[in-house]
Design a protein around this ligand. Structure first.
Ligand SMILES: *Cc1c(COP(=O)(O)O)cnc(C)c1O
Length: 376
């Protein structure tokens, strides 16, 4: 049996090797390393796939969030409502721009931002909400958009983990990342649509905002050497765009593979009392960026992870420390209370290997090993 990895990118590459190799070499021969034709084509192809008017590529998912917040004109002191239970990038850019993160709790079943907690956190200074579609399942966007409309707030979707996910918005299927004012994604290699280095993208249906976002990502430039506002330098390389054009065609198949693997785990674990399998909401599909289980209180998580490691099975804790408990945010007074669900989940979750190349044999071995430990 092949060594089990959290994410197996080399096996995935083998399946598309000849087209990827050719695409990369074509960029090298053309020498159009920056803003080559593949970048433009990829933006159009991704916009078509997502069903959105504008896609603006940039250097990584963190930049996508930062550029979005700059493009929406958020100013130091503005309050931004964000889940605490997320990857640090979401909340870090809020701090970086001098905005005030207002950390709210998540739902214990979906792990996603709690709609009722958002409402309670709104003040006269609130300017935006950042729903994060964690692990590959959409937040409940319909009520979130309603709240945003009622209070005149921007919605910035952090779609880094859920590209390709569908959400039923008033009965119409929409891709996550295209529902709020702006959606941000990452092409970090291990993401569901990953490139071979760093990359990111922003999407929006707002024509004026799209112009601003493009400008910000390119030194605030409106035409060559004319700079209208302070921006940054954030680009997707042509080589990465060429790789992404190929992988975008595979994305739906990748999502299916991830679901097949998730179904296998679900069937094996659903009757194990000490484990709670991922909840699947009925208004969204799950694209399983991660397969994350909840452990009951009597099981020692560290011991389980160590036991699996001994058997050459990697398991990860996403995320052991929520944002509101990170040192970088020690001076933020967390006015939304102690975030009970977030605190509990970060002590109880663990994620098993999840990728497009898992074999039944590998999954069988993982499942048996987890159950072995629980029954010890
Ligand atoms: C990966 C990720 C990001 C940041 O993406 P990078 O490309 O690594 O900068 C932001 N938010 C979430 C939820 C992520 O998982």
């Amino acid at each position: 049996m092949k060594k089990i990895q959290m994410v197996d990118l080399s096996e995935q590459y083998k399946a598309i090797k000849s087209s990827v190799d050719k695409a990369i070499m074509d960029v090298v021969s053309s020498a159009q390393f920056i803003n080559g034709p593949d970048v433009k084509s990829f933006q159009q192809e991704l916009a078509t796939y997502l069903g959105v008017k504008h896609v603006i590529t940039c250097a990584n998912g963190t930049d996508a969030l930062q550029i979005s917040m700059m493009g929406l004109g958020l100013k130091p002191g503005d309050e931004v409502i964000t889940p605490s239970y997320t990857y640090i990038a979401t909340t870090e850019v809020i701090g970086l721009l001098g905005l005030k993160p207002v950390f709210v709790d998540c739902e214990p079943d979906t792990f996603n931002i709690s709609v009722s907690a958002i409402e309670k956190a709104i003040t006269s200074k609130t300017k935006a909400i950042v729903p994060v579609h964690l692990y590959g399942q959409a937040c409940d966007m319909q009520p979130i958009m309603q709240i945003a409309k009622k209070h005149n707030l921007f919605v910035i979707e952090d779609n880094a983990q859920a590209i390709g996910c569908d959400y039923s918005m008033n009965g119409t299927l929409m891709k996550t990342g295209t529902i709020g004012n702006v959606g941000c994604t990452s092409f970090f290699p291990s993401k569901n649509l990953g490139c071979y280095g760093d990359g990111g993208a922003i999407c929006t249906n707002d024509d004026d905002l799209a112009i601003q976002l493009r400008m910000i990502a390119n030194h605030g430039q409106s035409k060559r050497y004319y700079h209208d506002r302070v921006g940054c330098n954030s680009r997707l390389d042509s080589i990465q765009a060429a790789v992404l054009r190929i992988k975008l065609k595979e994305l739906d198949r990748y999502i299916l593979r991830r679901n097949t693997a998730a179904d296998f785990y679900d069937a094996a674990f659903e009757n194990i009392e000490q484990l709670t399998i991922p909840y699947r909401a009925n208004n969204t599909n799950h694209v399983f960026h991660q397969y994350t289980l909840k452990l009951s209180d009597e099981i020692n998580r560290d011991d389980l992870v160590a036991y699996l490691a001994q058997k050459d099975i990697p398991a990860m804790i996403y995320y052991p420390v929520p944002a509101h408990k990170q040192k970088m945010f020690y001076d933020i007074d967390n006015k939304c209370g102690n975030l009970e669900n977030t605190n509990w989940l970060t002590s109880r979750v663990f994620s098993l290997p999840m990728h497009t190349e898992l074999s039944i044999e590998q999954q069988q071995y993982i499942v048996e090993s987890v159950i072995e430990f629980i029954n010890k």
